[in-house]
Design a protein. Sequence first.
Length: 329
Amino acid sequence: MKAMSRRVNTLSVFTLCLAALLPARVSHAQLLLSDDFSGASLSPLWAVQRGYASLVNGWVRTQGSTPGSRDAFIMAGEGSDWSNYQFSTKFHADGGGNNWYNSLINFRVQSQFGWSQGTFYSLYIFPPNSAIPPADSIQLVKFTSTSASLIDPTYYASGLMTAGDNAIDISAIGGSFTIKVNGVPAASFLDADPIPTGGVALGSIWESATRYDYAYVAPIYTINALYDLTKVHKGGSTVPITLQLLGGNGVNASSPSIAVTAISVTNVGTGATVAATAPGNSNPNNTFRYDSGEYLYNLKTKGYAAGTYNLNFIAGSDPTLHSTPFLIR
């Protein structure tokens, strides 16, 4: 394939394309939750479940106390049908009590009462300055109405956190959960019997205080290919790629308000990657055309050699780079 012989570094293509199409933070379009805590008071999207919460200089500060309410949490989407999503936030542990520097970030919250009652997942985060051992680590705990259990007894993320601000990204797809700390993959967890849906919560334990800079929840879609995946197309032809976006419940979530944008094409056999192109003006700005609950992209394959390829694309505010295959003879 002549076009593929002019090899382009895969990471460079992805970096340049995604940088041009996505903002520094996840786009606010189609988000399940978006709050940068810049208001004068806490948004009605949140409920103060326990303790105290105040807005200070663009951060929300959760604070537990004695006497009063030990622990502090704010919740959004409790008991909702949110399923597959990425939950992104940034925290700064202010400490309190006996140097209890910590952050508790909960997801798939069906119900929550305090820090350990209800049905939800809780990411325990102990920064390097935490007096609660082991410092500089994270763990994932699952709470249900009848039990509490560690998803994995291992402590993760050593060396990835600071004693100051730390960004956390939680990706939840079915029973598979991945955690990034300050942009670096820190841990992956698997629950064979997952809590299927639910909202999110931010908080701190006991008499400590933790601040949060923002909270974004972006849906993660699965792809339903509507074209024949087994068909072998002639090199140089236009390959029509039709698909739907499915929500976590398997229901078609495709919508004209959710833009799907082609990014690149990867040769599965060689790993070589080039920019995706469409003939003429069939897909302006490389955007899939939406019609009647599905999306269409006309992929130009001039110069493609025989082989298996992936068309890589993004969908709305979903941070995932999705791929769908096609064959060339």
